[in-house]
Design a protein around this ligand. Structure first.
Ligand code: ADP
Ligand code: MG
Length: 293
């Protein structure tokens, strides 16, 4: 049995016994479009709908989520890998009962793991399937291998774009890169676009239509429109206070838009596939399958 087989066996055994988390990966072509704000506020809104939510900060090195929450986590993923901390140790408590796992800067040392270390990491992380109903993965921007692999392996993706022209071309570039990967199955992932920092409904819908038209025509891919989040001064104020806007200003336009998205997602679970592709264990199975470790 090679390492990939061993991993799949471990995961298959776990799948039989486990409650599986829904995994939503938040990504974008360009940085600074609102991924971390959307991840954190979506987590809070889903938590208010009685879901146990854990955010995995996968924008390694930047530590966005903890800055946004104004919380200094005691441990991060590297502590679990190298210092014997457990999964529960590295989940920090956030507001409204959300949990988050800091990628920390230590993750840079995690690019060259041994076989045993990789297996350990997989075992530890997929323990999240038992802890959370929803895992939100806040990724870095762009076409780096890390991001593409995460997106490729996710059954549900939120693609964030803003009205700036480069945001749309970069979103298109990300999807194009995905489509070029032989391992990417177009119908495997549900890709939903969020238009952020727009001025009203029309601008958001136009943004979606623009991207959707080229994506359909040239990439033969389907996307869904999740909706728009208006440009909101309240969100900026909240960021300055190191508070998520849905806590600082629950009635702000951006908070309400994200609540609507949370409710929509709660009612639409059709992006989640059956069987082994579900949950974090499914995501990891696919990642390691692609990598053929
Ligand atoms: N809806 C919005 N209205 C106004 N400003 C926003 C909005 N969404 C994001 N921003 C601004 O954009 C900045 C970047 O957001 P962030 O979530 O950190 O992006 P990313 O994670 O994609 O890099 C925020 O600090 C905030 O100033
Ligand atoms: Mg971010």
């Amino acid at each position: 049995m090679d390492q990939a087989d061993q991993l799949r066996n471990i995961i298959k055994q776990q799948n039989k016994q486990q409650h599986l988390a829904r995994v939503i990966t938040v990504t974008s072509g360009k940085g600074g479009v609102g991924k971390s704000n959307i991840s954190v506020n979506l987590a809070i809104q889903l938590s208010r709908l009685d879901k146990k939510v854990v955010i995995l900060d996968a924008d390694f090195g930047l530590a966005n989520v903890e800055v946004m929450l104004g919380i200094r986590p005691q441990y991060n993923l590297a502590d679990m890998m190298f210092k014997g901390k457990s999964l529960r140790d590295v989940i920090s408590a956030g507001p409204e009962n959300i949990g988050f796992i800091s990628g920390g800067s230590g993750l840079r040392e995690m690019t060259n793991l041994s076989r045993d270390q990789v297996q350990n990491l997989v075992r530890m992380i997929y323990g999240l399937d038992n802890i959370a109903d929803v895992v939100i993965i806040d990724t870095g921007a762009g076409i780096s291998d890390n991001v593409i692999e995460l997106v490729m392996a996710s059954s549900e993706v939120l693609l964030v774009a803003t009205p700036e022209p480069t945001s749309i071309t970069d979103a298109y570039a990300l999807l194009k890169t995905l489509c070029r990967k032989p391992e990417f199955y177009k119908n495997h992932s549900k890709i939903r676009m969020v238009a952020n920092r727009t001025h009203g409904y029309d601008e958001g819908k136009e943004l979606f239509d623009k991207l959707d038209t080229v994506v359909k025509k040239f990439l033969k891919m389907k996307m869904e429109y999740l909706g728009y989040i208006p440009y909101d001064e309240k969100l900026l104020k909240a960021v300055m206070k190191q508070l998520p806007v849905s806590l600082a200003y629950p009635n702000a336009a951006s908070s309400r838009a994200i609540l609507e998205m949370a409710m929509f997602l709660e009612n639409r679970k059709d992006g989640i596939e059956q069987g082994q592709s579900k949950g974090l264990s499914g995501l990891l199975t696919r990642m390691f399958h692609y990598k053929k470790v």
